[in-house]
Design a protein around this ligand. Structure first.
Ligand code: MEV
Length: 328
């Protein structure tokens, strides 16, 4: 028997970093997904294989010491934390032997498109199905948040929320609102190839906030305001306004020191190729940009221009579906 669960990646349309301080952000799930397959094997513990991370590791959970032995490699810690947390939550903590968890992903790792959150939610959903426990989506998202804390230090919770629930959501101080879109956003998500570390970028803002509290507070307030204004613009399909708001959001992120010259130049190239707006998305410092085309007919020109600059296109499709069981 085997169980496969999958979760979408995400892109933040507005409000990254501000969302860490309780400001409003808007995010959308994208079509590339992470898959977690659970099956049994003869290993005395939990064997995690990640194709993307090129890791194959076996650890056993010791209920006395409450530790995994041997200690999992750093890159797999958040996955083992997810397994431990769902094991405790469902009363299966002492039954975690002979398990094989295989992770495969369409998402690049460390690019700001929510690969770590999607890995955690897919893992949790697969184990939930494997054990026949009936954890709610809210609980899966909550447990994935604990794994995000391992990966990012001070996560807002937006990534695990989008990969759990899918679609378009707003997130403010833990309050989630889902929006249905009556049309598809012509959005291009492109990876700069510059590696980034979310925790480092989040720390940069924490430090700047300590040094210049009033200025940073105003920048964060302005980001909140952009998210507020984006909601009616999306609703009314006012893509020009939405694009202007994205450009402004990018400049605010630049002023927080979380952009990168490659991200700035990719945004500029997308605009020159016809995008009505472009911005970095996620933590910044590298990773991904998003560009909004005036219509789907214009997507190809923008994609071509970004590719010529060395970017990899991750997606131009939004996913309505959040975490789901693919096979059991
Ligand atoms: C993460 O995708 C974006 C940040 O806002 C951090 C977070 O919300 O956890 C930088």
């Amino acid at each position: 028997m085997e169980v496969i669960a999958s979760s979408p990646g995400k892109t933040i349309l507005f409000g990254e970093h501000g969302v860490v301080y309780g400001k409003k952000a808007l995010a959308v799930a994208i079509s590339p997904r992470v898959r977690a397959k659970v099956s049994s094997n003869d290993s005395l513990g939990v064997n995690v294989k990640s194709e993307a991370l090129k890791l194959n590791h076996l650890s056993t959970y010791n209920s006395q010491t409450k530790k995994w032995a041997p200690t999992p490699p750093d890159m797999l810690t958040s996955i083992y934390v997810a397994i431990e947390n769902i094991g405790k939550e469902t009363g299966n903590i002492d039954l975690m032997n002979n398990l094989l968890l295989e992770i495969t992903s369409d998402l690049p790792v460390g690019s700001g498109v929510g690969s770590s959150a999607a890995t955690a939610t897919a893992t949790l959903a697969a184990l939930n199905q494997w054990w026949g426990t009936n954890l709610s989506l809210e609980k899966i998202s909550e447990l994935a948040f604990l794994s995000e804390e391992i990966t990012h230090g001070k996560p807002s919770g937006i990534d695990n929320t989008v990969s759990t629930f899918g679609g378009l959501i707003s997130f403010e101080d833990g309050t989630i609102e889902s929006y249905s879109l009556s049309y598809s956003l012509p959005l291009v998500v492109a990876d700069s190839g510059v590696p980034k570390q979310t925790s480092l970028q989040v720390q940069k803002v924490i430090t700047m906030k300590q040094q210049k509290p009033e200025i940073v507070a105003e920048i964060l307030d302005a980001m909140h305001e952009l998210s507020e204004r984006a909601i009616p613009a999306i609703h009314n399909k006012n893509l020009k306004t939405l694009g202007d708001l994205m450009n402004l959001n990018h400049e605010l992120l630049v002023s927080l020191g979380v952009s990168h010259e490659k991200l700035d130049s990719l945004c500029e190239i997308a605009r020159k190729a016809g995008a009505v707006g472009a911005k970095l998305t996620g933590a910044g410092g590298g990773g991904t940009i998003i560009a909004l085309a005036p219509s789907f007919n214009d997507v190809e020109t923008i994609v071509k221009a970004l590719k010529l600059e060395g970017a990899t296109i991750i997606s131009s499709e939004i996913s309505i579906e959040g975490v789901k069981i693919e096979q059991y």
